[in-house]
Design a protein around this ligand. Structure first.
Ligand SMILES: *Cc1c(COP(=O)(O)O)cnc(C)c1O
Length: 396
């Protein structure tokens, strides 16, 4: 075989952590057609596309009601407000999540109370929740991190015992299942994000809330438009957090493909597991744990790098032009803006260790198989190098 320049460029080409272009290219005609339709009608705020998307998302989650809004962050704030949670109330959540999980609690006027995570799933440790409950506790906000559901059975038991609401932060977990039930119906209300890199991503910001409770649905709907019940009658001070028709139209086209994308993400995860096992590097990295009775939708594929070698491994991937990311480098209880809450370093050792060890690898649905092979080769090379260095040090 003759060596060609194109082969060399293939090898040197960077492997992006995520690339949204191939997905758009595969469906650009459908998306542009629906965008044209919205423009030709010139109805940009709420409207039919939004109510149709709401109906479809409700059906997808098997929830009675779905209410669109501006973002996942707003969904969380509005959900808390609709449940009457605010000033003087406490909400128990995880410090190992995206910032908006905790900031939404503050924005609603309440106080986030953190408990540590389960080191194997990175999700809220349900066994630690009970001891954090005080007379002010009003709700638990579990985050189905990276696309896998929390230990809901235990959270349901605690919520029932102490009469607490459950607000699902399902921003990374649309379509994830717990004992055959989808996110969206695992608590009093669930919040979704359509940020472009989520499993169902729009052409900008967008969000959704789902609930089975008709009264709550009414209040969510009212709060997203200035607490307006119609005819400029304002019954409470709400937000301006409507979903655009344009976003809804694009999301409706994409929703039809969501399950096939989820399957592609799961296949990527299976292949990673198989290849890393074959490479014999599981003494250095830990693969994501999939709990029984769950459908993991892999918004992120996160490995754990043992013995503090994460940053070295990342350096190696960088030198090979292979994209990777850290979710999340600093747990929320140590963020400057939450200093007044009085948490200290060392207080949530599992969250802090996860922040040091975790590494997300490329796993978007269209990830080319050849790219995945290069990721595995680079990670495995780094693991073997680390192992060699260690045995050298031991010999010295
Ligand atoms: C993305 C995300 C959010 C916020 O969603 P936005 O639409 O970006 O506001 C909240 N919580 C988690 C866990 C997320 O991943």
């Amino acid at each position: 075989m003759t060596y060609t320049l194109s082969m060399a460029t293939t090898e040197d080409r960077p492997v992006p952590f995520i690339d949204l272009v191939p997905q758009f290219n595969a469906m650009s005609a459908e998306i542009m057609a629906t965008v044209e339709k919205v423009f030709s009608e010139q109805k940009f705020i709420l409207g039919e596309e939004v109510s149709e998307l709401e109906r479809e998302i409700a059906e997808y989650c098997d929830a009675r009601h779905a209410i669109g809004c501006n973002s996942g962050t707003d969904a969380l704030i509005i959900a808390l407000q609709a449940l009457g949670i605010g000033e003087g109330d406490e909400v128990i959540t995880t410090p190992f999540s995206f910032f908006a999980t905790a900031s939404s609690i503050c924005r609603a006027g309440a106080t986030p109370v953190f408990v540590d995570i389960d080191p194997e799933t990175f999700n809220l440790d349900a066994n630690a929740v009970e001891e954090a409950i005080t007379p002010r506790t009003k709700a638990i906000m579990p985050v189905h991190l990276f696309g896998q559901c929390c230990d809901m059975e235990n959270l349901w038991r605690i919520a029932q015992k102490y009469d607490l609401e459950i607000v699902e932060d399902a921003c990374q977990a649309i379509g994830a299942e717990y004992q055959g039930r989808r996110t969206g119906v695992l608590g009093s209300v669930a919040c979704f994000s359509f940020f472009p890199t989520k499993n169902l991503g729009g052409a900008g910001d967008g969000g959704m809330m789902t609930t089975d409770d008709p009264e709550l649905a009414k209040r969510l709907k009212c709060l997203r438009v200035h607490g307006d019940i119609g005819q400029y009658e304002h019954i409470e001070v709400g937000m301006n957090s409507r979903l655009d028709s344009l976003q809804a139209a694009v999301l409706r086209v994409k929703l039809r493909k969501l399950d096939s994308w989820t399957e592609a993400r799961q296949k990527n995860a299976d292949q990673y597991a198989e290849m890393f096992r074959q490479e014999g590097v599981l003494d250095t990295i830990v693969l994501p744990k999939i709990e029984p009775n769950r459908r993991h939708v892999f918004n992120q594929y996160c490995i754990r790098v043992r013995q503090g070698h994460r940053d070295q491994l990342m350096q190696h991937l960088k030198s090979k032009k292979i994209g990777c990311a850290v979710y999340y480098p600093k747990p929320l209880h140590l963020q400057k803006c939450f200093k007044h809450l009085g948490y200290r370093p060392g207080q949530f050792p599992e969250s802090e260790a996860a922040s040091r060890d975790i590494l997300a690898l490329p796993s978007y649905p269209e990830l080319p198989a050849s790219d995945q092979v290069r990721v595995v080769a680079a990670v495995s090379d780094a693991c073997k190098e680390l192992r060699a260095n260690k045995s050298q040090r031991r010999a010295a």
